[in-house]
Design a protein around this ligand. Structure first.
Ligand SMILES: *[C@@H]1O[C@H](CO)[C@@H](O)[C@H](O)[C@H]1NC(C)=O
Ligand SMILES: *[C@@H]1O[C@H](CO)[C@@H](O)[C@H](O)[C@H]1NC(C)=O
Ligand SMILES: *[C@@H]1O[C@H](CO)[C@@H](O)[C@H](O)[C@H]1NC(C)=O
Ligand SMILES: *[C@@H]1O[C@H](CO)[C@@H](O)[C@H](O)[C@H]1NC(C)=O
Ligand SMILES: *[C@@H]1O[C@H](CO)[C@@H](O)[C@H](O)[C@H]1NC(C)=O
Ligand SMILES: *[C@@H]1O[C@H](CO)[C@@H](O)[C@H](O)[C@H]1NC(C)=O
Ligand SMILES: *[C@@H]1O[C@H](CO)[C@@H](O)[C@H](O)[C@H]1NC(C)=O
Ligand SMILES: *[C@@H]1O[C@H](CO)[C@@H](O)[C@H](O)[C@H]1NC(C)=O
Ligand SMILES: [Zn+2]
Length: 312
């Protein structure tokens, strides 16, 4: 039907690792092309030594006071999302020019290019890529951004060891019987019916913002480590930021991803378990224990001191 569908078919049929279009062949489920095969089939760079995702162990994260807040540009824009695509491997939303962020101990501002999701099979089979203290969440949202100085040239960004900044958000199921919540996610998932087949896309109408989708997350609390893209060619170019708070979404909306979207045409399998297995751990940093507890310790210390002085 369109170019993307043609490219998809060529990739599936081609006998070699590369498609006619030049893209690398990989998948999540066939033995020959799934993630455990990538180090062999796509050694550059999936066989590297700072690969993502990883299990984050909160008690091993080293405190670093330089991990300050981010300043987000245009994340509140309700015109920020242009297009939603079913790539056959994920759902990807292309962002408009002007979205990005600075701060957060990054060396320069980054332009946000797209976000996409990873999931398992409904809420029963969780499918986040990172895990926290061994816990895998139902879904994970990744906002992919590149150094502003690379002018959105992704070739340049992936060749730079800190060229890409990825923001990872865990998505957790609401525990009650809510449906269609939050509204921003109801808005986002309302587009899934229009992109059921791999290689299809739909324009997004103004109405919801990235801030709306990231509801409930304190974006000053996060883990930081240096890693890679979690899909081939796994370039080791990513400064990872994984937020501690989760986005809470009702179960019915989470279920839509694994029940509506196909990897190819409507007779192909549903898109499930679209995440890479864990890679060896990396050094992780995080904000020092909060300044309010420091203050508490300080005033308790003063109290102890004055008690001691009072005694003498
Ligand atoms: C991956 O790299 C390691 C050393 O870095 C090497 O021992 C191993 O053979 C490589 N595996 C593949 C599949 O290239
Ligand atoms: C924090 O930033 C300062 C100034 O750039 C630098 O000297 C220091 O090494 C950084 N600390 C850590 C833990 O990265
Ligand atoms: C927001 O985006 C518009 C273009 O869409 C741009 O003119 C403006 O500079 C952006 N704002 C910021 C703070 O980057
Ligand atoms: C996903 O879950 C559904 C419902 O439980 C099940 O029928 C289906 O076989 C599962 N798919 C995979 C790939 O595990
Ligand atoms: C990105 O940069 C590379 C290397 O400088 C260059 O060859 C390529 O044409 C650039 N791509 C775009 C889309 O500008
Ligand atoms: C949701 O649960 C609450 C209490 O558990 C109940 O009062 C309410 O009627 C339920 N709502 C729906 C739509 O099932
Ligand atoms: C959802 O979309 C509607 C229609 O575009 C819009 O009016 C509403 O503000 C959106 N709500 C949220 C929370 O994104
Ligand atoms: C779906 O794709 C398969 C494999 O390319 C093809 O054999 C089949 O006819 C297609 N089915 C439909 C309904 O288009
Ligand atoms: Zn991702």
């Amino acid at each position: 039907m369109n170019w993307l569908v043609a490219a998809f078919a060529l990739c599936v049929l081609a006998p070699t690792v590369h498609c006619a279009s030049g893209a690398v062949i990989w998948c999540y489920h066939l033995a020959s092309c799934k993630d455990t095969a990538w180090p062999l089939t796509i050694p550059a760079f999936c066989n590297g030594t700072r690969q993502s995702p990883i299990n984050i162990i909160s008690s091993s994260a080293k405190p670093n006071a330089n991990l300050t807040a981010f300043t987000f540009n245009n994340y509140s824009s309700i015109n920020g999302m242009k297009k939603i695509e079913n790539t056959g491997k994920t759902v990807k939303v292309i962002l408009d020019n002007g979205l990005g962020f600075s701060g957060g101990d990054l060396s320069e501002p980054y332009d946000s290019l797209q976000f996409h999701l990873h999931w398992g099979n409904g809420t029963a089979v969780p499918g986040s890529e990172h895990t926290l203290n061994g816990k895998r969440y139902p879904m994970e949202l990744h906002i992919v951004s590149s150094k502003a100085s690379h002018n959105k040239n992704t070739t340049l960004a992936v060749a730079d060891s800190t060229g890409v900044a990825a923001l990872g958000f865990f998505v957790e199921a609401m525990t009650g019987n809510e449906t269609g919540q939050p509204e921003s996610w109801r808005n986002l998932t309302s587009y899934l019916d229009s992109i059921k087949e791999g290689g299809t896309s739909a324009p997004i109408s103004p109405g919801f913002s990235l801030d709306d989708l990231l509801t409930g997350v304190d974006r000053t609390k996060y883990y930081r480590y240096l890693g890679s893209l979690t899909t081939p060619t796994c370039n080791e170019a990513v400064v990872w930021t994984v937020f501690k708070d989760t986005i809470k979404v009702s179960k019915d909306l989470i279920e839509l991803f694994s029940t509506v979207l196909h990897i190819g045409n409507s007779s192909s399998p549903l898109m499930t378990k679209v995440f890479r297995e864990l890679q060896p751990e990396q050094p992780v940093t995080t904000q020092p224990a909060s300044s309010s507890s420091t203050k508490t310790c300080y005033s308790l210390g003063l109290m102890a001191l004055s008690l001691a002085l009072g005694r003498s």
